[in-house]
Design a protein around this ligand. Structure first.
Ligand SMILES: Nc1ncnc2c1ncn2[C@@H]1O[C@H](COP(=O)(O)OP(=O)(O)OP(=O)(O)O)[C@@H](O)[C@H]1O
Ligand SMILES: [Mg+2]
Length: 641
């Protein structure tokens, strides 16, 4: 394979010993640069860390690198620890951040860190983790940051040069290896030109753009059927296609809507079914109802993929897709991030999605992350992107902004957690506030916001003092404990201080850990609770009320999360060693979600047992984890399959 100029440039900088930031479109080939570092490191007997924002991506890279490095690779993701001494260690960015805050000594042997999808720095919930990792990067480590196209990559580099006092090289590639061609489906017609879409698709309605909800009854909009679009793609030889929809239900609904169609010939059908059968056997899914439900679709070359599905079943669908036997896959956004799964065509069901606090039109960067899945290198001369447009819900202005606008800048979301603050306090005490000027936030925003950010840090320190985590300028035992349990610091450290954790039965530890991590869906019914859960709920609610009072009084907007006991009955069934299907009957949570929450329970239990707690509690926690971590919940097992 011939390296592209941007790949050559980046590799040259790396060989000269510089840290490098790369901004390049989806599918441009950023991984190759990471692989160069990995290869060189193995040759020089150095060690490398690779971090990714989502587990699906770390898992895929684990498998890829394993082949490439002949077993020199390990993984550390909170619920999985495999080969932790390996020269190439894959981890979540959270784990890396926790490690550097603890002590940089453990990182002595690592010469490089690779941050894949580094633009995650501006994720509202998790972005601060990237920023903290970069601020506290030990001086002996060089970094490679791989980013989707962002306009302010230079600003990011300047900030890093400033705080670390060493050169950071920027490599930018704006061209896509396979160019994209945009189409629109509107009022039942396909338009190749934006101007035609405006003239015809938006005819009569253009004058009232933007007045959602006030749509005049006398103007009708002709139906715009997904089925006819898929038919169009099939007839015009534009498959395989990835069809992005923004809810799990919708992906399944759409797949069933086109079930009458068939995209495979006899040979292909025989191939895909043989492959499917073998994968189901390997991943222990042969008797799983969800796999059986998928079967008649797979037989026609159709699939779906979303976070509510079993992780193993998702993996089966991914593998069928990469083997090119699936022709149409309906999926949510998770399919777009970093995973190497290109298609000839990408379809957007709509151009609005839920952004944490409500529905909004897609950001240009997110749009291109997904659109960029269209066009396979060395197979397609161009990628086709179809946007389904309903003039009732989107204005021509908005549409233009998404498709033809510039991608958004990466903006700092610096917002240190209680645990981060506690770990920093350990080393810096009251000089803690000197850290803020090292942040990207400080570099990016004006003076007024500087004050607000420092005030927020002070507020959190004061809360931690009032809560008994810091006393006389030192961390108390409670504070040391809280510093180990990221995200759930206050509730868990209170239970620890009251000595309650020590007295919990295995059952209570299991139920509590899921309640700590669980987030109910909007409008989800409160569960029926047995006595054990009622007691735990009363206990945790009382503590959370106090915590919220403290936080609200201090003016904290995003207060700590409550405990929710919706998964109690399911967790009890599971630790009683009931089967997966029986366990599922105890909850209205999707199976994939349940797996995710049980895995998160294991993770938080691990964190508790790594805090300085009694050997007795450690032993109990190990036993509890042993009861939970089996079959589909065991993510290590899945990785070894
Ligand atoms: N120089 C090259 N010539 C031909 N193919 C290449 C080249 N570099 C990379 N590729 C191929 O391009 C595909 C996409 O590469 P890769 O996954 O590294 O993209 P990426 O830039 O990381 O995209 P994403 O934003 O999705 O993470 C891979 O199949 C890879 O093998
Ligand atoms: Mg990538």
């Amino acid at each position: 394979m011939q390296y592209d100029p941007f790949q050559k440039q980046a590799i040259e900088y790396i060989n000269q010993g510089h840290s490098v930031l790369v901004s390049a479109p989806t599918g441009a080939g950023k991984t190759l640069i990471a692989e160069h570092i990995i290869r060189e490191a193995i040759r020089k007997k150095e060690k490398v860390i690779y971090t990714a924002p989502i587990k699906a991506l770390s898992n895929q890279k684990f498998r890829e690198f394993q082949e490439e490095t002949e077993g020199h690779v390990g993984i550390l993701t909170g619920d999985v620890t495999l080969n932790a001494q390996a020269s190439v260690l894959i981890m979540t960015t959270e784990i890396f951040r926790n490690k550097i805050l603890e002590s940089t000594e453990v990182l002595q042997d690592y010469a490089w860190i690779i941050f894949d999808e580094i633009h995650y720095l501006d994720d509202y919930e998790r972005g601060s983790v990237w920023e903290e990792s970069l601020i506290f990067l030990p001086p002996h480590m060089k970094f490679l940051g791989l980013s989707a196209t962002i306009p302010n990559i230079d600003e990011l580099a300047q900030w890093l040069e400033n705080i670390h006092g060493r050169s950071v090289k920027v490599v930018r590639e704006n061209k896509r290896p396979v160019p994209l061609h945009f189409f629109y489906q509107c009022q039942g017609e396909v338009y190749e030109e934006f101007t035609h879409l405006i003239k015809k698709g938006f005819r009569r309605v253009d004058s009232i753009q933007g007045h959602y909800g006030k749509w005049p009854q006398h103007i009708s909009v002709r139906p715009n059927k997904p089925v006819s679009l898929i038919k169009y793609l099939f007839e015009n030889d534009l498959l395989p296609c990835i069809y992005f929809a923004f809810s799990r239900k919708r992906t399944e609904y759409l797949a069933e809507e086109i079930q009458a169609m068939n995209f495979l010939n006899d040979q292909e059908r025989a191939d895909i079914m043989a492959h499917f059968k073998e994968l189901c056997r390997r991943f222990d899914l042969t008797n799983e109802p969800s796999a059986q439900k998928l079967r008649p679709l797979i037989e026609r070359g159709i699939g779906y993929h979303h976070a509510g599905m079993l992780p193993t079943l998702k993996e089966v669908v991914e593998r069928l897709f990469t083997s090119r036997l699936l022709k149409v896959i309906f999926t949510t956004e998770t399919f777009a991030l970093g995973i190497n799964m290109p298609a000839r065509t990408v379809v957007f069901d709509e151009l609005r999605k839920y952004y944490g606090r409500g529905f909004a039109v897609l950001r240009t960067r997110d749009f291109f992350q997904m659109a960029g899945r269209a066009g396979r290198r060395s197979i397609d001369t161009e990628g086709h992107v179809f946007c389904r447009v309903n003039p009732r819900y989107i204005s021509t202005q908005e549409l233009k902004g998404i498709v033809y606008g510039a991608p958004e800048k990466v903006a700092s979301q610096f917002n240190t957690s209680y645990a981060t603050i506690l770990n920093l306090y350990q080393n810096y005490r009251e000089r803690l506030y000197d850290i803020y000027p090292r942040s990207f936030h400080y570099f990016q925003v004006g003076k007024n916001l500087h004050k607000r950010a420092t005030d927020l840090m002070r507020t959190k320190v004061n809360i931690l003092k009032e809560f008994g985590c810091i006393r006389k300028n030192r961390l108390t035992a409670k504070g040391i404990f809280a510093g180990k349990v990221y995200g759930y610091e206050l509730i868990l450290s209170q239970l620890y201080e009251e000595g309650v954790l020590e007295n919990f039965s295995l059952r209570e530890l299991a139920v509590l850990s899921t309640a700590v991590v669980y987030e109910p869906r909007k409008g989800q019914q409160p569960p029926y609770l047995n006595r054990l859960a009622k007691n735990l709920e009363r206990m945790t609610n009382k503590i959370m009320d106090d915590i919220h009072r403290l936080e609200k009084r201090a003016g904290i907007r995003d207060v700590s999360k409550r405990c929710y006991f919706h998964l109690t009955a399911a967790m009890e069934a599971w630790v009683n060693q009931e089967g997966f299907q029986e366990t599922l009957e105890h909850t209205d949570t999707d199976e994939g979600e349940m797996v995710r929450y049980f895995r998160m329970s294991i993770q938080i239990l691990r964190e508790i047992s790594e805090a300085p707690v009694s050997d007795f509690l450690k032993e109990r926690i190990q036993q509890t984890i042993g009861l939970i971590n089996r079959d589909v919940i065991d993510s290590e097992k899945q990785l070894r399959m």
